[in-house]
Design a protein around this ligand. Structure first.
Ligand code: HEC
Length: 142
């Protein structure tokens, strides 16, 4: 005859263990994220510092952002260069981070972004986002 008492309620124990793990992982999310301005995890951007940075010639290239993207980021040197004025700061900051870490590849922009720190990226993003917007859908434009 089978001993019923020796059978353990294994599925129930697993469920309880899984709940305990999930509860432990779900807590303690206070990493200061609410103090940051950007979904890209950047510090708060400063428009005035960004304007100075945008006009400063980069050490690696001898060019400034404005040299290529134009005044307010709205008069690009070449019609295929994107306008930056009025673009979301989060988007600009994210794009610059991607160029910096190589996830977005472009020969010209990699050089521009490689030496920027997080504060400089946030400042540049805040500055160009504060300019008048001329961005539009470029699908089929070139
Ligand atoms: C030598 C010319 C040149 C310079 C200088 C330059 N850029 Fe660019 N930038 C480009 C080009 C070309 C692209 C488009 C690259 C691509 O297709 O990924 C671009 C793309 C970008 C983008 C992505 C825009 C989008 O809509 O996705 C951002 C943001 C940007 N540049 C910011 C800057 C900032 C900030 C600086 C100064 C630190 C700067 N650029 C300097 C040529 C330049």
């Amino acid at each position: 005859m089978t001993d019923r008492k020796s059978r353990k309620p294994l599925p129930l124990l697993c469920l309880i263990a899984a709940c305990a793990v999930l509860t432990a992982c779900g807590g303690g999310q206070d990493d200061g994220a609410e103090q940051r301005s950007s979904s890209a995890g950047l510090p708060k951007g400063r428009i005035d510092a960004g304007e100075r940075q945008a006009n400063a010639k980069g050490a690696a290239t001898g060019q400034s952002c404005i040299d290529c993207h134009g005044a307010d980021g709205n008069e690009p040197l070449d019609p295929t260069y994107p306008k930056l004025g009025g673009q979301y700061a989060d988007y600009l900051g994210h794009a610059l981070q991607q160029y910096r870490n190589g996830n977005r590849e472009h020969a010209l922009m990699a050089n521009q972004a490689q030496d920027l720190n997080d504060q400089q990226i946030a400042d540049l993003a805040a500055y160009f986002a504060s300019r008048p917007a001329q961005i539009r859908d470029l699908q089929g434009a070139h």
